[in-house]
Write a protein that binds this ligand. Structure first.
Ligand SMILES: NC(=O)C1=CN([C@@H]2O[C@H](COP(=O)(O)OP(=O)(O)OC[C@H]3O[C@@H](n4cnc5c(N)ncnc54)[C@H](O)[C@@H]3O)[C@@H](O)[C@H]2O)[C@@H](O)CC1
Ligand SMILES: [K+]
Length: 523
């Protein structure tokens, strides 16, 4: 499991360490670790080039550091200096200063190492000289970025405000497609708290962070970090502190996945009631029951109109029909709450009964509109599974106007608000899937970014709902069930057809093999 600590927790640990060893020592350790990573990547790149074009390997690698005014820029500057010591051969080093000042000692060290310093400050007129004596020019800076083999992004780190100013965006846009972008601590312009997605920020191939992952690395910034490399700089976090965010890894699956024992039968393994798919969306009935069955649930009881039940009979013969004793429910995939026909009204009543019960519930799609507040049985385990549009509709109804754009820009905050209002865990679906427990639980937020973009396809959410339901029925709590389901769903989506299109049925059918693989793989 990746554990992420808040900016405040990390800053506190740094402050304590600084009293012991001093801030220069910490920056030295951070920048040396960063230089080691950069050297390793340049070496890999040199090996690749020498394979492709004879003679190319001997060309001096071009490394450009984008440097802001704070210590994040200081790390990047010192890393250039250490890289020059480490690198066996010529290097072409360039500093592009994005602010009117930069870490003075770091700037001097980079100059001493032979770096050309260009000032592309949005604070001064174009062509203005830096008071630190840089060679001012916007165009050369953009040219250097366009030609770079590797760009170190040291514009801002833990002190980053979300978003970049337009002049900085122009510089970032100038980075050539061939460049390997290494973000120092975090991609600049990302929100360090991982709560919001800004309009503009750096997208990195790799992020080298210090001490421990921060929320930006697993939550709303995860997709912009690329490969995450965490380096130890000898700073210890307070052992009494808890992480604020987590992300499951493959090695967590054997610890969390419900394993049947020799004494188990279909009832003890968990029976899942599924209220899904009416006259209109019969496919949702099939996909959610199929997914639960493929996920190894003990038994599924399907509740829905005859037409949908016939489809389920045809595709999922393992399911049984009608209400009965269950350990958890999935309510809502493809449920049309406005269906006024008799079977439609009966199905909606079954959904309401499930919500009024004390059993754990996955509340998806149509059933989200049946919730006006916390479920009547206090403490009943509840996992809501909206996508951004559904969450916006839910929040607009319960809490005043909220748009889908706002939910997409503030995914964690939006999910947390719904979790607070409904005393439920909210799984917000998307390229990164957030699983946000009610704030008063004190539990960390989880986020999973395991799914290929191909998984954004009709029926995919129904499969996820069935998977969540199977795990709730087996006794997992909503946070574990939601995050584990998101991981397995994402990996199954990849495994079903690596690097290509995939239909939801295939994803469901892939679940058994993906789970078996995750349970037996060697770390
Ligand atoms: N504090 C420590 O003990 C250590 C800090 N280290 C480095 O120091 C960083 C934190 O340094 P600082 O606190 O100086 O803060 P940063 O360097 O992250 O950023 C602060 C400065 O950048 C500017 N800025 C903020 N957001 C911006 C944006 N979106 N676009 C452009 N400019 C922006 C601000 O005006 C501010 O002056 C860490 O991320 C890490 O890289 C490391 O050297 C390890 C040790
Ligand atoms: K950065």
């Amino acid at each position: 499991m990746i554990h992420a600590w808040s900016v405040e927790q990390v800053r506190a640990a740094e402050a304590a360490a600084m009293e012991q060893v001093g801030d220069e020592e910490l920056m030295d350790r951070a920048s040396r670790a960063l230089a080691d990573v950069v050297a390793a990547r340049l070496e890999e790149e040199r090996d690749e080039r020498s394979d492709g074009q004879p003679g190319e390997a001997s060309r001096a690698p071009r490394v450009v550091a984008l440097v802001g005014r704070g210590n994040n820029g200081g790390d990047a500057l010192w890393a250039l200096a250490h890289l020059a010591e480490l690198w066996d051969g010529d290097l072409q080093l360039t500093v592009v200063q994005v602010a009117d000042v930069a870490h003075p000692a770091g700037l001097e060290a980079a100059r001493q190492a032979g770096a050309t310093v260009l000032v592309a400050s949005s604070h001064g007129e174009e062509g203005e000289e830096s008071d630190q004596g840089g060679d001012s020019a916007a165009a050369p800076a953009e040219q250097a970025l366009a030609d770079a083999d590797l760009v170190l992004d040291g514009i801002a780190g833990l002190g980053s405000r979300p978003g970049l100013d337009p002049a900085t965006v122009d510089l970032v846009d100038a980075i050539g497609p061939q460049a390997y972008v290494v973000a120092v601590d975090l991609p600049s312009g990302a929100d360090p708290s991982g709560e919001t997605i800004p309009d503009s920020q750096v997208y990195a191939d790799e992020t080298v962070t210090f001490i421990a992952p921060k929320p930006v690395h697993v939550l709303a910034g995860a997709a912009s970090c690329g490969l995450l490399t965490v380096v130890d700089i000898g700073v210890e976090l307070d052992p009494d502190e808890q992480p604020v965010a987590q992300s499951l890894e493959f090695d967590d699956v054997p610890h969390l996945w419900p394993m049947p024992g020799p004494e188990d039968d279909k009832y003890t393994r968990g029976v899942l009631g599924v209220v899904a798919g009416g006259q209109t969306y019969t496919g949702a009935a099939v996909l959610s029951t199929l997914s639960a069955v493929e996920s190894g649930v003990g038994m599924v009881r399907y509740v829905g109109p005859d037409h949908a039940a016939d489809q389920v009979r045809g595709f999922v013969p393992e399911a049984v029909y009608g209400t009965g004793r269950v350990q958890a429910h999935v309510v809502g995939p493809g449920l049309d709450v406005d269906d006024d026909s008799e079977p439609g009204r009966a199905q909606v009543q079954a959904a309401r009964d499930a919500l009024d019960s004390a059993e754990p519930c996955v509340v998806d799609a149509g059933a989200l509109s049946l919730l006006d507040g916390p479920r009547s049985q206090a403490g009943a385990r509840t996992l809501l599974t909206p996508h951004a549009g559904e969450l916006a509709t839910l929040l607009a109804r319960l809490d005043g106007e909220v748009t889908i754009e706002e939910v997409k820009a503030r995914p964690v905050q939006s999910a947390r608000r719904a979790a607070e209002l409904l005393h439920a865990t909210v799984l917000l679906k998307g390229a990164t899937t957030y699983v946000v427990p009610p704030p008063r639980s004190g539990l960390p937020v989880r986020a999973q970014s395991d799914a290929p973009a191909w998984l954004g396809t009709a029926g995919s959410g129904d499969v996820l709902a069935g998977l969540c339901g199977a795990l709730l029925a087996a006794g997992l709590d909503p946070l574990d069930a939601g995050s584990l389901a998101a991981l397995v769903h994402g990996v199954a989506g990849h495994d079903a057809n690596p690097h290509g299109p995939v239909r939801a049925t295939r994803v469901a059918q892939q679940i058994p093999r993906t789970v078996a693989h995750l349970l037996t793989r060697r770390p």
